[in-house]
Ligand binder design. Structure first.
Ligand SMILES: *Cc1c(COP(=O)(O)O)cnc(C)c1O
Length: 228
Protein backbone atom coordinates (compact mmCIF):
# COMPACT_ATOMS: atom_id res chain seq x y z
CA UNK A 1 0.00 0.00 0.00
CA UNK A 2 1.28 3.46 -0.86
CA UNK A 3 1.21 5.56 2.29
CA UNK A 4 0.84 9.32 2.38
CA UNK A 5 3.59 11.59 3.58
CA UNK A 6 1.95 12.62 6.86
CA UNK A 7 1.34 9.01 7.76
CA UNK A 8 4.96 8.07 7.07
CA UNK A 9 6.12 11.15 8.99
CA UNK A 10 4.26 9.91 12.07
CA UNK A 11 5.74 6.42 11.72
CA UNK A 12 9.25 7.81 11.28
CA UNK A 13 8.90 10.25 14.19
CA UNK A 14 7.71 7.47 16.45
CA UNK A 15 10.60 5.17 15.52
CA UNK A 16 13.16 7.95 15.92
CA UNK A 17 11.70 8.91 19.28
CA UNK A 18 11.86 5.31 20.51
CA UNK A 19 15.49 5.06 19.33
CA UNK A 20 16.26 8.34 21.14
CA UNK A 21 14.83 7.14 24.43
CA UNK A 22 16.71 3.86 24.25
CA UNK A 23 20.05 5.35 23.22
CA UNK A 24 19.94 8.10 25.83
CA UNK A 25 19.35 5.48 28.50
CA UNK A 26 22.70 4.02 27.43
CA UNK A 27 24.61 7.29 26.99
CA UNK A 28 24.12 10.70 25.43
CA UNK A 29 27.13 9.89 23.31
CA UNK A 30 25.75 6.61 22.03
CA UNK A 31 24.76 7.24 18.40
CA UNK A 32 22.47 4.80 16.59
CA UNK A 33 21.96 4.61 12.85
CA UNK A 34 18.52 3.76 11.48
CA UNK A 35 18.33 1.63 8.34
CA UNK A 36 14.84 1.45 6.85
CA UNK A 37 14.01 -2.02 5.59
CA UNK A 38 11.83 -1.77 2.53
CA UNK A 39 11.35 -5.41 1.60
CA UNK A 40 7.60 -5.50 2.34
CA UNK A 41 6.76 -2.02 1.13
CA UNK A 42 6.37 -0.13 -2.13
CA UNK A 43 9.19 1.82 -3.64
CA UNK A 44 7.08 5.02 -3.43
CA UNK A 45 7.17 4.79 0.37
CA UNK A 46 10.96 4.62 0.33
CA UNK A 47 11.08 7.76 -1.81
CA UNK A 48 8.71 9.53 0.60
CA UNK A 49 10.80 8.54 3.63
CA UNK A 50 13.80 9.99 1.83
CA UNK A 51 11.91 13.29 1.50
CA UNK A 52 11.34 13.10 5.25
CA UNK A 53 15.07 12.79 5.86
CA UNK A 54 15.76 9.07 5.92
CA UNK A 55 18.85 8.12 3.87
CA UNK A 56 19.80 4.52 4.64
CA UNK A 57 17.74 1.60 3.36
CA UNK A 58 18.17 -2.16 3.34
CA UNK A 59 16.89 -4.98 1.17
CA UNK A 60 17.23 -8.71 1.68
CA UNK A 61 17.33 -9.83 -1.95
CA UNK A 62 19.87 -8.83 -4.57
CA UNK A 63 17.21 -8.69 -7.28
CA UNK A 64 14.98 -6.30 -5.33
CA UNK A 65 17.99 -4.26 -4.25
CA UNK A 66 19.01 -3.88 -7.89
CA UNK A 67 15.54 -2.78 -8.99
CA UNK A 68 15.21 -0.22 -6.23
CA UNK A 69 18.69 1.19 -6.56
CA UNK A 70 18.00 1.63 -10.23
CA UNK A 71 14.55 3.19 -9.81
CA UNK A 72 15.76 5.60 -7.10
CA UNK A 73 19.07 6.23 -8.80
CA UNK A 74 18.82 10.03 -8.62
CA UNK A 75 18.45 10.06 -4.81
CA UNK A 76 21.63 10.01 -2.68
CA UNK A 77 20.62 6.92 -0.72
CA UNK A 78 22.83 4.59 1.28
CA UNK A 79 21.98 0.98 0.42
CA UNK A 80 22.49 -2.03 2.67
CA UNK A 81 22.22 -5.69 1.69
CA UNK A 82 20.80 -7.48 4.74
CA UNK A 83 19.66 -10.89 3.46
CA UNK A 84 21.41 -14.17 2.67
CA UNK A 85 23.64 -13.81 -0.34
CA UNK A 86 23.58 -16.74 -2.76
CA UNK A 87 26.88 -17.49 -4.44
CA UNK A 88 25.41 -17.01 -7.91
CA UNK A 89 24.40 -13.42 -6.98
CA UNK A 90 27.81 -12.28 -5.79
CA UNK A 91 28.88 -10.64 -9.05
CA UNK A 92 25.61 -8.82 -9.34
CA UNK A 93 25.94 -7.47 -5.80
CA UNK A 94 29.50 -6.32 -6.44
CA UNK A 95 28.36 -4.38 -9.49
CA UNK A 96 25.70 -2.63 -7.40
CA UNK A 97 28.37 -1.31 -5.01
CA UNK A 98 26.21 -1.34 -1.88
CA UNK A 99 27.32 0.76 1.07
CA UNK A 100 27.39 -2.30 3.33
CA UNK A 101 26.81 -6.06 3.09
CA UNK A 102 25.43 -6.88 6.54
CA UNK A 103 24.96 -10.59 5.99
CA UNK A 104 28.36 -12.15 5.41
CA UNK A 105 27.51 -15.46 7.04
CA UNK A 106 30.33 -17.95 6.41
CA UNK A 107 34.02 -18.20 5.68
CA UNK A 108 33.21 -19.93 2.36
CA UNK A 109 31.05 -17.00 1.25
CA UNK A 110 33.76 -14.56 2.33
CA UNK A 111 36.40 -16.37 0.29
CA UNK A 112 34.18 -16.54 -2.79
CA UNK A 113 33.26 -12.87 -2.43
CA UNK A 114 36.88 -11.89 -1.95
CA UNK A 115 37.91 -13.75 -5.10
CA UNK A 116 35.27 -12.04 -7.19
CA UNK A 117 36.04 -8.63 -5.69
CA UNK A 118 39.68 -9.12 -6.54
CA UNK A 119 38.84 -10.01 -10.14
CA UNK A 120 36.88 -6.77 -10.43
CA UNK A 121 39.49 -4.76 -8.50
CA UNK A 122 36.90 -3.70 -5.95
CA UNK A 123 36.40 -3.68 -2.21
CA UNK A 124 33.26 -4.12 -0.17
CA UNK A 125 32.31 -3.16 3.38
CA UNK A 126 30.73 -6.03 5.28
CA UNK A 127 29.53 -7.23 8.68
CA UNK A 128 29.96 -10.78 9.91
CA UNK A 129 26.51 -12.21 10.65
CA UNK A 130 26.32 -14.18 13.88
CA UNK A 131 23.63 -16.77 14.54
CA UNK A 132 23.57 -15.81 18.21
CA UNK A 133 20.30 -17.59 18.96
CA UNK A 134 21.67 -20.76 17.37
CA UNK A 135 18.51 -21.26 15.33
CA UNK A 136 18.51 -23.63 12.35
CA UNK A 137 16.32 -21.21 10.37
CA UNK A 138 18.88 -18.41 10.65
CA UNK A 139 22.15 -18.00 8.88
CA UNK A 140 25.33 -16.76 10.46
CA UNK A 141 28.37 -18.16 12.18
CA UNK A 142 28.11 -19.72 15.66
CA UNK A 143 28.82 -17.23 18.45
CA UNK A 144 31.69 -19.31 19.87
CA UNK A 145 33.51 -19.27 16.53
CA UNK A 146 32.65 -15.72 15.52
CA UNK A 147 35.81 -14.02 16.78
CA UNK A 148 38.13 -16.55 15.13
CA UNK A 149 36.24 -16.46 11.84
CA UNK A 150 36.32 -12.66 11.94
CA UNK A 151 40.13 -12.79 12.26
CA UNK A 152 40.39 -15.39 9.53
CA UNK A 153 38.38 -13.25 7.09
CA UNK A 154 40.45 -10.20 7.98
CA UNK A 155 43.63 -12.10 7.20
CA UNK A 156 42.61 -14.02 4.10
CA UNK A 157 40.15 -11.62 2.42
CA UNK A 158 41.90 -8.29 1.81
CA UNK A 159 39.15 -7.04 -0.53
CA UNK A 160 36.53 -7.27 2.22
CA UNK A 161 36.53 -4.43 4.75
CA UNK A 162 35.03 -5.98 7.86
CA UNK A 163 33.30 -3.25 9.84
CA UNK A 164 31.69 -5.24 12.64
CA UNK A 165 28.93 -7.73 13.33
CA UNK A 166 25.23 -8.27 12.71
CA UNK A 167 22.65 -10.51 14.33
CA UNK A 168 18.94 -11.19 14.22
CA UNK A 169 17.56 -11.44 17.76
CA UNK A 170 16.28 -14.78 19.03
CA UNK A 171 12.81 -15.72 17.83
CA UNK A 172 11.27 -16.00 21.27
CA UNK A 173 8.51 -14.63 23.48
CA UNK A 174 10.99 -14.58 26.33
CA UNK A 175 12.74 -11.22 26.55
CA UNK A 176 15.63 -12.76 28.47
CA UNK A 177 16.36 -15.15 25.61
CA UNK A 178 16.33 -12.30 23.09
CA UNK A 179 18.51 -10.20 25.38
CA UNK A 180 21.03 -13.02 25.67
CA UNK A 181 21.38 -13.25 21.89
CA UNK A 182 22.12 -9.51 21.80
CA UNK A 183 24.54 -9.64 24.73
CA UNK A 184 26.46 -12.54 23.21
CA UNK A 185 26.76 -10.69 19.90
CA UNK A 186 27.83 -7.51 21.67
CA UNK A 187 30.56 -9.45 23.48
CA UNK A 188 32.05 -10.39 20.09
CA UNK A 189 31.68 -6.80 18.89
CA UNK A 190 33.41 -5.52 22.00
CA UNK A 191 36.50 -7.56 21.12
CA UNK A 192 36.66 -6.61 17.44
CA UNK A 193 35.90 -2.99 18.29
CA UNK A 194 39.29 -2.81 19.98
CA UNK A 195 40.75 -3.75 16.59
CA UNK A 196 38.88 -1.08 14.64
CA UNK A 197 35.35 -2.40 14.08
CA UNK A 198 32.64 0.27 14.33
CA UNK A 199 29.24 -1.30 13.59
CA UNK A 200 27.11 -3.53 15.81
CA UNK A 201 23.89 -4.14 13.85
CA UNK A 202 21.15 -5.55 16.09
CA UNK A 203 17.46 -4.86 16.46
CA UNK A 204 14.34 -4.90 14.28
CA UNK A 205 10.82 -3.49 14.77
CA UNK A 206 9.97 -5.83 17.65
CA UNK A 207 13.19 -5.60 19.65
CA UNK A 208 15.28 -2.58 18.66
CA UNK A 209 15.05 -0.81 22.03
CA UNK A 210 16.33 -3.89 23.81
CA UNK A 211 19.07 -4.25 21.18
CA UNK A 212 20.19 -0.63 21.70
CA UNK A 213 20.32 -1.16 25.46
CA UNK A 214 22.60 -4.13 24.76
CA UNK A 215 24.95 -1.92 22.72
CA UNK A 216 23.59 -1.92 19.17
CA UNK A 217 24.52 1.13 17.11
CA UNK A 218 22.60 0.22 13.95
CA UNK A 219 18.97 -0.90 13.85
CA UNK A 220 17.18 -2.38 10.83
CA UNK A 221 13.55 -1.39 10.97
CA UNK A 222 10.86 -2.38 8.47
CA UNK A 223 7.31 -2.94 9.70
CA UNK A 224 7.30 -0.17 12.33
CA UNK A 225 8.28 2.38 9.66
CA UNK A 226 5.94 1.20 6.94
CA UNK A 227 2.88 0.14 8.96
CA UNK A 228 -0.41 1.38 7.56
C1 LIG B 1 13.03 -7.96 7.41
C2 LIG B 1 14.29 -7.74 8.12
C3 LIG B 1 14.39 -6.69 9.06
C4 LIG B 1 13.25 -5.78 9.43
O1 LIG B 1 12.25 -6.48 10.10
P1 LIG B 1 11.00 -5.75 10.78
O2 LIG B 1 10.60 -6.69 11.85
O3 LIG B 1 9.97 -5.60 9.71
O4 LIG B 1 11.47 -4.46 11.33
C5 LIG B 1 15.62 -6.52 9.68
N1 LIG B 1 16.68 -7.30 9.40
C6 LIG B 1 16.62 -8.30 8.51
C7 LIG B 1 17.84 -9.14 8.26
C8 LIG B 1 15.42 -8.56 7.84
O5 LIG B 1 15.37 -9.57 6.97
Amino acid sequence: MILDKEHLRRNLDEVIWRIEEARISVSEHHIVQLVGVGKYTEIENIATLYELGQRAFGENQVQQLAQRMDALDELPLQWHMIGSLQKNKINKLIDLRPFLLQSLDSIELAEELNKKLEAKAQKMNALLQINAADEATKSGVPTEQAYDIYQQIKESCPNINLKGVMTIGAHSEDTKVIQKSFEDTYAVFDKVQKEGATICSMGMSGDFELAIKCGSNLVRVGSALFKS
